[in-house]
Design a protein. Sequence first.
Length: 186
Amino acid sequence: MNKNKGFIGLGLILVIVLGALVVGGGAYYLGKSSNKLEVIKEENIPPNTENKNLPIVENKVKDIPEETGEYGDDKNGRHIGYIKKIDEKNNLSIDYVQWISPCAPDALDCQNGFKTKNSSNQLRVFPVLDNVQIKLQTYGHDSSGSLIWNQVVSFSVFKTALNVDLLYWITLKDGKVVEITEQYQA
C-alpha cells in the first residue's frame, strides 16, 4: 500500500530547486559579464579627423548683469523681469532678472531647464504705448480646459489680471513698452 498520496517525492523537489538555482545563477552570471559598459572620458575621445571644419560650440551661459538687461540696452530690446506695479499714468515698474537656460537639471533652483537670477531689486519705470501688444499664457482656457497660448488682451484687462509673481518679457523701443508677453512657468 502506497502511503505518499498527494506528495511529490523529496528527490523531485530537490531536483526542481537545484535546477532553478543553476538556471538563475547562470542567467545572473551571463547578465553581469555581458553588460559591461565602457565609461568614455573626454580625454579618451579620438580627435575628429573626418569633419575638421565643424565649428566648436561652447556650452557656457554668459553672465549678463541684470543692470544692462537681457541684451545690454536698458531702453531698447527684449528684457525679462517682474512687473511690480502699474501706476496711474500707465508706467510699468519692472524688476529685471537674468534668464539662465539651460541650467543643470539637478540644481536646486533649476525649474524645467531654466532659472532666474536677481541680484538687484532695482526697479526701472517705463511708459506703455497706447497700442501695446500683450500676450498672456495663463489667462484663459479653451472649452477642453487647456490654456490658450499667447492670448492677446487689452492693457485694461492686463492691469486687472497682473500677477506680480509671474515673469514677463518686455519689449522696449526708445524707452517705451511696445510689447508684453507672459513667460509660462509650469
